[in-house]
Design a protein around this ligand. Structure first.
Ligand SMILES: Nc1ncnc2c1ncn2[C@@H]1O[C@H](COP(=O)(O)OP(=O)(O)OP(=O)(O)O)[C@@H](O)[C@H]1O
Ligand SMILES: [Mg+2]
Length: 339
């Protein structure tokens, strides 16, 4: 039985004014997350990640489709499904009248758990909050509040942990502490669903990834497979003037830094020749392996609505290849410009 099963989940928000149209925030999202997976849900702002998590947590009703947590329907079986889930929300919501320990005890009580102090103490120390146990929630910094949200989500030892941007605004040290702790829980058997815009975190942590674009799954595969399918290398250099037209469309430009996806040495020679022929000088030339950010940008630039990379529509996604047998990511990018 999957830990989480999304089955044709759609969510339509009604029009907010007479002029606007209803918004399809989720459009037929279907995939399963197996027990014990560390799964990443990626997508640009507004892709529908938080909406999907809200439906999973029973905070928002899907317009159609269903979601199961360890076999329990999140609507028909709300209480049971909710108990199996520990959800760290993206928004910082907290009760200003409690101190940290009180908030954790109250949350334990909500789940009918008494005498939970040993686990609460472990959570506090694992999340670097031991010295804040008696601090009022109002007195905490933003990053500390986020740590408390993580502790609150875990207080009832849920088998399925859902983290919506848990490291936004969190310092490097806590990010490491947090990931060590979550990785330990995952090793002990917890299933983890994570959304993040820190793609290097997703690459390091997640065994499998789904990418959402405009409410649709546009990629779903093992992280290692997705990385294999991207352009294998990236040529990176700095330049002081505008790029020649012949390579402009393929380049990702950040200030003076230019990055170009390359599949072979010939590609790299071609790019550098184009720069030279335009009378320009490429400085600090580097060739690096493509990373998840490159894959993400390729998928987002290329995927059209309804297209899925790395899986068939309903089939088991593990290790699935695209049906044409070719590189699914490249197949997707061939319909649009590489950024
Ligand atoms: N309560 C709501 N009413 C109307 N529209 C909403 C509501 N909540 C979200 N939306 C819209 O649904 C779409 C998906 O939003 P969602 O918050 O799920 O995106 P996200 O992928 O989590 O983005 P981010 O990376 O910024 O957190 C957006 O266009 C958003 O404006
Ligand atoms: Mg969100």
């Amino acid at each position: 039985m999957p830990a989480i099963s999304f089955q044709s989940v759609s969510k339509i928000y009604p029009a907010t004014s007479a002029q606007s149209a209803p918004l399809r925030a989720l459009d037929g999202v279907s995939f399963d997350i197996q027990e014990g997976e560390f799964f990443g849900l990626l997508g640009p702002n507004g892709a529908g990640k938080t909406t999907l998590i809200s439906v999973l947590a029973g905070l928002t009703r899907a317009s159609s489709g269903r979601v199961l947590v360890q076999g329990c329907d999140v609507q028909a079986d709300y209480a049971q499904a909710r108990r199996k889930l520990g959800v760290v929300p993206q928004e910082l919501v907290f009760d200003p009248f409690f101190n940290v320990r009180e908030a954790l005890r109250f949350q334990s009580g909500y789940f009918g758990i008494r005498h939970n102090d040993a686990w609460i103490d472990e959570l506090l120390s694992s999340l670097g909050l031991a010295d804040k146990a008696n601090a009022n929630m109002r007195q905490l910094s933003g990053g500390m509040k986020r740590r408390v949200l993580v502790a609150l989500a875990l207080v009832h030892k849920p088998p399925v942990i859902v983290l919506d941007e848990p490291t936004a605004g969190v310092d490097v040290e806590l990010r490491q502490t947090l990931w060590q702790f979550i990785a330990k829980l995952n090793k002990q058997g917890s299933t983890v669903l994570l959304t993040t815009h820190y793609l290097e975190e997703a690459e390091a942590l997640c065994g499998r990834l789904a990418m959402l674009k405009k409410g649709q799954v546009v990629a779903l595969d093992r992280t290692s497979e997705l990385l294999k399918k991207a352009a294998s290398t990236v040529l990176r250099f700095k330049i002081d003037s505008e790029l020649p037209a012949s390579i402009r469309d393929k380049a990702r430009v950040t200030g003076r830094i230019v990055q170009l996806p390359a599949n072979s040495a010939a590609d790299i020679e071609l790019y550098l020749a184009a720069v030279r022929e335009a009378g320009l000088v490429a400085q600090d030339i580097e060739i690096r392996k493509a990373d998840l950010e490159d894959v993400f940008l390729e998928v987002m630039a290329g995927a059209q609505g309804g297209e899925r990379v790395g899986m068939s529509a309903d089939g088991p996604p593990l290790g699935a290849r695209d049906p044409s047998g070719g590189s699914a990511v490249r197949a997707a990018t061939s319909v649009g410009a590489i950024p």
